[in-house]
Design a protein around this ligand. Sequence first.
Ligand code: PLP
Length: 284
Amino acid sequence: RIVYLNGRYLEEHRAQVSVFDRGFLFADAVYEVTAVLNSKLIDFAGHFARLQRSCTELGLTLPVSEQQLRDIHQELLIRNQLHEGGIYLQLTRGSAGDRDFCAPADLSPTLLLFTQARPLKDAPQASAGIHVVSLPDIRWHRRDIKTVQLLAPCLAKELAHARGADDAWLVEDGFVTEGSSSNAYIVTADGTVVTRPLSNDILHGITRQALMQLAADGGIKVEERAFTIAEALAAKEAFISSATTVVWPVVSIDGQTIGDGKPGPVSLRLRQRYLQLAEQSTQG
Ligand code: PLP
């Protein structure tokens, strides 16, 4: 696999980053994952806008323009013949050649991108649905910034797997914040999609943004408010969204079946519509 590192395309085993890189030592870094379908980027503009926002919040400077970054994504997917999957991007504050909590102002950031092939359209989880468990949300309070501090979600996923589930929904003060690497939704008895409003408590999903628009266009009512696990258990449907899953129905929470235990019509309709539009679009 060819990866991109600081202006160069390299075989993955040739790509090297300093042991003093602040991404490695302090998780002083942001990331993005842009999905690829039929060798095309999905919503690159949305991911770029969020990357810029993450950078601004942390005082990081992107070393490339939007067009340059788009070109790097395109070049990488061509070089790796990526048809379906995602492109991972990480930008760290760089290396000062030693370990010091305070970073000098003049560091050169580290920019890394690599491709990951995975099924997007025919993922088995999309047709079977996934099982989640609820866990306390122990992450920091700026979840709106897409940083690489991902230990809490790693542990949540491991705990979920240990309990025989696929993933976790995170709960804070009695309300679901989001999934461990996705936004969380329920569908109430009257067909209303409910999802937590945007704030520092959750990542502002690019897929979420697109789904909100699709729901509005398709006459599906959306309520942006926090919901509890009890409410989710009583819902007709539940689902998650993210760039690499699009929409995956949630068919059980903490071992209790949601609705009839099968992927629901609203979840599947949003998923199909999203994929349809992504396939029709000529530019990401
Ligand atoms: N919430 C969290 C915590 C995530 O990690 C992700 C994606 O990785 C999302 C939500 C979904 O965001 P997006 O739709 O932009 O992939």
